[in-house]
Design a protein around this ligand. Structure first.
Ligand SMILES: Cc1cc2nc3c(=O)[nH]c(=O)nc-3n(C[C@H](O)[C@H](O)[C@H](O)COP(=O)(O)OP(=O)(O)OC[C@H]3O[C@@H](n4cnc5c(N)ncnc54)[C@H](O)[C@@H]3O)c2cc1C
Length: 388
């Protein structure tokens, strides 16, 4: 039996952000152990992400989470510098542009009203406005666009994970290469985390930050986590097309694209979205993406795929939102799961919130209670309409 007061299962961006915020919490003086089975992060979502951040959500709590996330990323040197060396996460401040055909106008307008009330600055553009701003965009079938005016962009997601991890380690957090297999508990409290090699690590608190695999460590805990790995493919393409000031564009079809250096990244939700399929690129999706891209941007007919990868959304089937805070049955188990494609940008607010929960019994800087697991037990979904 080894002793680790707080044991965090999963050392991706979420587990590492929690470890960091806990280590710097002025009222915390305990030991923090992060269990990470694969320090190369070969399949971790944090290393396979499109790493973008937006304010344009449809639920107030997600907006507030990203507002803090953006401020954190902007001033990352204040938080995550180690020995005076600030991490470089290559933050590009650039808008998201949501496009709608006639069928999507009501949603876009409703989101705009709600977002404005929560301090998000966006401009609604009609097809003329869209053409003036982005002459390379084909707007024939469009009725409206919503362009972010601040607090959006993209960054190096793997760089953010490494920055949290390195800072946490510099503050004394122990990363242990080990696989958690389950939890030892008496129906009320967790007393230890069971490892694959037969060892147990005793804990006062356990945190589940195991990404797309989170439900495996939760068996026999009296609460079934509705989180599954849903494969998403990202294609890197080149083209002679010119798209000056290109935002991250979300087409009415669900396809997204954004510039990345001399290239563009793109992806789209799969027609059939099965759980836990192997992480192999589905090249058939590129055919579909190419057709949409060619019809949306003049010049994208000439498109060449340079490379592609696949990663998991840790998809919350219940309502596509994070599940944060205490486990409904085991009082000293905290959950940080189900981010459904927006966990990288949420990592600063989630890390801070879970650390506060551990030390203070609540997330006081930002009220995250709307995302508690209790909503699942009460069958009260918090639906996020803007899932990409
Ligand atoms: C293609 C794609 C595009 C995305 N685009 C965006 C985006 O634009 N913006 C955004 O904010 N988010 C985006 N996301 C989502 C984002 O990447 C994730 O929400 C985030 O990385 C989740 O972090 P995590 O730490 O929870 O999970 P992970 O990074 O997967 O980390 C979980 C870790 O737990 C470890 N682990 C699992 N089980 C165990 C166990 N039993 N014992 C020990 N270790 C274990 C795993 O090895 C892994 O390293 C995207 C994701 C994908 C796949």
């Amino acid at each position: 039996m080894e002793r680790g007061q707080v044991v965090i299962i999963g050392g991706g961006v979420i587990g590492s952000a929690i470890a960091y915020f806990l280590a710097v919490h002025p009222q915390f003086a305990g030991k923090i152990t992060v269990l990470e089975r694969d320090p190369t992060y070969a399949q971790a979502s944090s290393a396979l992400s499109a790493s973008s951040i937006r304010q344009q959500f449809s639920t107030p709590v997600n907006i507030a989470i990203s507002q803090y996330g953006f401020e954190f990323l902007r001033h990352i040197d204040r938080y995550l510098a180690v020995d005076g060396q600030a991490p470089d996460i290559g933050l590009v401040e650039r808008a998201y542009l949501y496009l709608a055909s006639a069928a999507g106008v009501a949603d876009l307008r409703a989101n705009h009203t709600m977002q404005t009330a929560h301090g998000v600055q966006t401009a609604l553009l009609d097809p003329d406005g869209l053409r003036q701003r982005f002459p390379w965009l084909t707007t024939d079938d469009l009725a409206l666009g919503s362009l972010g005016l601040q607090g959006e962009g993209w960054f190096d997601g793997y760089g953010l994970l490494m920055a949290f991890r390195q800072k946490a380690r510099s503050l004394g957090v122990q990363y242990l290469q080990a696989e958690a297999q389950g939890l030892v508990h008496d129906g009320q409290r967790v007393s230890a985390v069971r490892l694959g090699d037969g060892r147990q690590i005793a804990c006062d608190w356990a945190v589940n930050a195991a990404g797309a695999w989170a439900r495996h460590v939760m068996q026999d805990t009296g609460f079934e986590l509705p989180v599954y790995g849903r494969r998403r493919c990202v294609f890197v393409v080149s083209s002679p097309a010119q798209t000056p000031d290109c935002p991250l564009v979300i087409d009415p079809s669900g396809l997204w694209f954004r510039p990345e250096g001399a290239y563009w990244l793109c992806g789209l939700p799969p027609a059939q979205d099965d759980n836990d399929v192997p992480l192999e690129v589905d090249y058939a999706q590129f055919e579909q993406a190419w057709e949409i891209l060619a019809s949306r941007v003049s010049g994208f007919e000439a498109l060449r795929m340079q490379r592609a990868w696949a990663g998991y959304y840790e998809y919350n089937e219940f309502d596509q939102n994070a599940i944060l805070g205490p486990h409904p049955v085991l009082a000293n188990l905290l959950l940080a799961n189900g981010f459904s494609g927006h966990g990288l940008q949420q990592s600063p607010a989630v890390g801070r919130g879970i650390a506060e929960w551990l030390v203070e019994g609540q997330s006081h800087s930002l009220d995250l209670s709307a995302l508690s697991a209790q909503r699942i037990r009460n069958n009260q979904p918090l639906l996020e309409r803007n899932i990409i």
